[in-house]
Design a protein around this ligand. Structure first.
Ligand SMILES: [Zn+2]
Length: 171
């Protein structure tokens, strides 16, 4: 079977591109690699720039193709179940696949000047909880925010849907 993606030149260095049409919610690839701690991230030659945060102190140090996926403030893909990259809209062959790095960032360590080129660019890539409320809501609705972040946010300030869940559980 032909691979769904290939790694090629992007305006941000390397990038991951679609090799075929990809439908919304379709699985594109899984991010694979050893799971390491934040301390171990910081000891990597690139200080963990390409790692995917999957827990408060857990990161996947990805191999091909995950290490090559770039960020966009207006992404066509997202992460579910920690390491699964899915499309969030139709993607055409040759289109670069990007996700919003902030959906996998909650650490108060890292910030990046954004050059994604989207008209909706936020200029800085930063921790999820620091995003404008409208952006947060949109990403949460799409279900592409890492589980550990959703859980951490709910601990800070319970979301309305939680209280209804608790109420339903009490019946
Ligand atoms: Zn941007």
């Amino acid at each position: 079977m032909r691979e769904k993606i290939y790694v090629g030149d992007s305006n941000l260095g390397f990038g991951v591109f679609a090799n075929c049409p990809i439908e919304p919610r379709e699985v594109i690839f899984y991010v694979t690699g050893p799971v390491i701690s934040l301390d171990e991230c910081l000891q990597l030659p690139d200080q963990g720039e390409n790692t995917f945060q999957i827990g408060l102190d857990a990161y996947v140090n990805p191999g091909y193709p995950g290490k090559f996926i770039n960020h966009s403030c207006e992404p066509n893909a997202g992460l579910i179940d920690d390491t699964c990259v899915i499309a969030i809209r139709q993607i055409v062959p040759g289109e670069e696949i990007r996700f919003d790095y902030s959906t996998a960032m909650l650490e108060r360590l890292w910030e990046l000047d954004c050059r994604c080129g989207s008209p909706r660019c936020r200029n800085k890539v930063r921790d999820f909880d620091l995003l404008p409320i409208g952006v947060k809501q949109r990403l949460l609705r799409l279900g592409i925010v890492q589980n550990f972040i959703v859980e951490a946010l709910e601990e800070l300030s319970p979301l309305p849907h939680n209280s209804s869940k608790i109420a339903a559980g009490n019946v």
